[in-house]
Design a protein around this ligand. Structure first.
Ligand SMILES: Cc1cc2nc3c(=O)[nH]c(=O)nc-3n(C[C@H](O)[C@H](O)[C@H](O)COP(=O)(O)OP(=O)(O)OC[C@H]3O[C@@H](n4cnc5c(N)ncnc54)[C@H](O)[C@@H]3O)c2cc1C
Length: 393
């Protein structure tokens, strides 16, 4: 890998760093308390182009490479994780299905609005009885004249309250299910029969909301199958490709948070040394800090390598799973150790450690849990040909 960022990207990265330090950090605590990102912050994100990071320029986005995109997320997640979630779900799992498999008309209709942040996109796969085992979804879609009629319930749908479009995965052929009987749809907010439930009350990512989504005889026009008629029955692979890329983004988020937490620990140690503690008395802490730096360095190499490989058009399913496990589990360890460094002060909300600890824990669950990533990795290693259970891979 030989990554030399362009001058244009370096200057964009500096802009993001400035925005994070001067705007997002100053409202982070308020967002935690009110569980809401102020609209003026969302507007600033729009102006910076953050809603369009990976969307190609021809559709109004910034057209970042995967490597540039993960670096952008590393920067954005140096603060409250909900800010990344507000943009990254929309220009990531919410819209990538349209980009990968959509018709040209669908791309022209949806992507420019999503890239500008006028419309938010969400991704609706998980159901009460189908999380890791995504092939077990029950939401059905039946063709009735020029409309597909959707029925079922999705859960944990990020940004459902602000979303205008939902990439929705439903069963269209019960006899085939994940093997040719699942289809991806773009369902718009105003379609009759679509209902968004109240926001879940969660331990972390307070400013990013997840909701139940109910389809009750929801009518989606025939042309809203992602990719059109030819893609009926092929939606499971669309969903899996979307999640593949999402796992690299998750790794980047965990890395950005870890880097910031380590920097907060360094500041803390400097303060204690200023107050008279000697390097010797802090030796155990120094060793912990060194371990943080070693892990972060390894995580960054893994992430950049996988992102670069993807940019070269190669399949990175295996690497993306390794990145997700390594980075997200590392972030939990680092935030947990930082809590020890800070002692009682660690539990004080304004020191931010407790927020990072809660938020990074969630990264290990969504877009495929650690256990599911380990299954994918081991199956690849063992060269398993027959997959009886199709898990969120
Ligand atoms: C903050 C947040 C945001 C989310 N946003 C979205 C979204 O926008 N769209 C969406 O569709 N979904 C979303 N989800 C759902 C998320 O993808 C699921 O929670 C996740 O895939 C796990 O599914 P589950 O919760 O049903 O847990 P389960 O699948 O029930 O898993 C429970 C436990 O069993 C383990 N397990 C399950 N199967 C196996 C197996 N075969 N082998 C070993 N262990 C196993 C899991 O690892 C886990 O530890 C979100 C979740 C969270 C927490």
């Amino acid at each position: 890998m030989n990554f030399i960022p362009s001058e244009a990207f370096n200057s964009f990265r500096a802009k993001i760093r400035h925005f994070v330090e001067h705007e997002l950090e100053s409202v982070s605590l308020k967002v935690e308390m009110e569980s809401k990102i102020p609209e003026e912050i969302v507007e600033q994100m729009r102006r910076l182009g953050l809603f369009g990071l990976p969307i190609p320029k021809e559709y109004g986005g910034l057209g970042l490479t995967t490597l540039e995109e993960v670096i952008a997320y590393e920067e954005i997640t140096r603060t409250n994780a909900c800010f990344r979630s507000r943009i990254g779900t929309s220009n990531g799992i919410g819209s990538m299905g349209i980009l990968y498999d959509g018709t040209e008309a669908q791309k022209q209709k949806y992507l420019p609005r999503i890239a500008k942040g006028e419309w938010t996109a969400a991704f609706a796969l998980t159901e009460p009885d189908a999380g890791s085992d995504a092939a077990n979804i029950r939401t059905s879609a039946v063709l009735d004249g020029d409309f597909w009629i959707l029925n079922g319930t999705k859960q944990f749908i990020t940004n459902a309250d602000s979303a205008h479009v939902f990439t929705t995965i439903a069963v269209t052929d019960e006899s085939k299910r994940a093997r040719g009987g699942v289809t991806a749809f773009v369902v718009e907010k105003g379609f009759p029969g679509l209902f968004v439930g109240p926001a879940d009350i969660k331990m972390g990512l307070k400013g990013s909301h997840t909701h139940e989504l109910v389809f009750s005889n929801c009518r989606a026009p025939r042309e809203n199958v992602i990719g059109g008629q030819a893609m009926v029955g092929k939606g499971f692979s669309t969903a899996m490709r979307v999640l593949d890329k999402g796992r690299l983004s998750m790794g980047a988020c965990a890395l950005g948070a870890s880097q910031k937490v380590m920097e907060l620990c360094i500041e803390r140690i400097h303060q204690r040394m200023d107050q008279g503690e000697t390097a010797d008395s802090l030796q155990a802490v120094h060793f912990e800090l060194a371990d943080m730096a070693i892990e972060i360095h390894a995580a960054r190499q893994m992430l950049y390598h996988a992102a670069d490989k993807r940019d070269q058009g190669q399949n990175v399913t295996h690497e993306a799973s390794m990145v997700k496990v390594f980075c997200t589990e590392m972030a939990s360890r680092i935030a947990g150790n930082a809590m020890e460094f800070f002692g009682g002060d660690g539990i004080l909300t304004n020191n931010r450690i407790e927020m990072f600890l809660r938020d990074v824990r969630l990264y290990r669950i969504y877009e495929g849990t650690s256990e599911i990533q380990r299954l994918i990795i081991s199956r690849n290693l063992l060269g398993r040909k027959e997959k009886k259970n199709v898990v969120k891979s």
